[in-house]
Design a binder for this molecule. Sequence first.
Ligand SMILES: Cc1cc2nc3c(=O)[nH]c(=O)nc-3n(C[C@H](O)[C@H](O)[C@H](O)COP(=O)(O)OP(=O)(O)OC[C@H]3O[C@@H](n4cnc5c(N)ncnc54)[C@H](O)[C@@H]3O)c2cc1C
Length: 471
Amino acid sequence: MTDRSVAALGADRADRADGADGADGADRADRADVLTRAVRPGDAAYERSRRALAVSGVVPDDRPALVVAARDAADVASAVRHAFRAGRPVTVRSGGHGTAFTALAQGALALDVSALDDVRVDRAARTARVGPGATSLALAQSLDGSGLAFPVGHKASVGLGGFLLAGGNGWNQGAWGSACESVRDAEVVLADGRRTVLDDASDPEAFAVLRGAGPAFPGVVTSFGLQLWPEPVVRRRSVRMRAAGRDGLTAIGTWADALAAVVAPEVELTLVLAPAGGVVASVTAFGRDHAHADELLEPVSRALPATTSAVVSSATTMPGLLLDEPARPGAGCVAQQAWSRAGYAEVLPRLAPHLAGAPSAASSVLVSSASYRRSAPPSPDPLHRPLGTLTVAAYAVWSPGEDDDANLAWPTTTLAALAGGTTGHYVGEADLRRTPDRLARCWEAGGIERVQAVRARLDPAGVFHPPPGLA
Ligand SMILES: Cc1cc2nc3c(=O)[nH]c(=O)nc-3n(C[C@H](O)[C@H](O)[C@H](O)COP(=O)(O)OP(=O)(O)OC[C@H]3O[C@@H](n4cnc5c(N)ncnc54)[C@H](O)[C@@H]3O)c2cc1C
């Protein structure tokens, strides 16, 4: 692919000519449709379209050869067919939250599928069909009050495309499992532009890889079929604590370890650590009914840490969880994540110096134990698995132009504090540009070989641009 990528560089105008001589019907359809809407270097809209491939206000400098906005699956197939013939690498953008900025690649055909954002719910069948550009909030709002729910991601604007392909650490995953475990099938455009449906019957191994490979999946998903869950009653208790340095964090960690050991799988515990030193424990319960939700939260107030400054209880809904925090449009954003089998009391104090030295006060570290307590084994077998008992994710959020380099580096240096105590990484929250070696640690042993084997089978010509770490 490297040779072909290089050949593609500087060929910005070549696409308009591609297929012009002796084009068959498909070529003409491609030209008349999606490619004529492509934005290329030199076009007035190019820089805006390039930057819009990620929601972060700070993006890498990579310059795609063309940015193609698909309106439907037929557009996707046309664009991929064109790239296949022209020898262009293809990248994909759904919701734009990818922490490795994999929609941006030099010389690529960048395919923006954010407009494929349909959400159709079949209440009787307890299923939904969603486009990859649909957001967590759109799905949660479509289901609100319907009696059905889905383990959507924790932030309103995260795209279901990248989220489900990465595995999906969604709300109530302690009880519902990772979101990808609730994917029944996916409509996919393959490397030669053919459209197919992948599920456990048609191609079990490709379907397993689809649920966990993240940016390494060799195809474009144009819709997902989802299994839905009974809508829960959502209750939350937020415990605000002052953290007095390492000792304070150790005490908070000891309390959190004790709480994590006794709460039911339907309780999600996340500690949010802010640079200013405060810690908020968000404890969210997903009950069958009001009484059950209250009962689930009962252990929270036992033996609270001495640094507790407030305990706030609230009733909310699945979309309400996503609307809890204000969005920061245009902010720079990058993340790094690690799994660990250590307890909170060991992890939290190690993070203290990095929190104090964070270049942006808007950044935070999230430590959550929700991912590992599901009793039933995942079925059918997805590639994605939680690789630890805690997930630790550092998110840098800052105003573009205010020390971009320091902010971009902060999540990685912060998680370096856990060195030796990590058991893997989550492909959805890994900064693979900075640490490409982490890709191989995003899956269980043999995982990267499974991904490579499916790529070799479904994309032998290497049409889909590999993420860092998979070259
Ligand atoms: C603020 C924020 C909050 C987050 N919260 C969570 C969370 O709660 N839980 C969690 O699990 N993760 C979370 N993440 C991580 C997020 O789920 C992943 O980064 C995910 O990849 C984002 O999906 P997207 O569609 O928005 O991003 P995109 O940047 O559009 O997609 C990332 C990459 O995935 C691949 N891809 C996306 N769509 C397709 C498609 N249709 N077909 C083929 N390949 C595709 C492409 O390689 C693409 O470049 C969060 C990230 C951010 C920035």
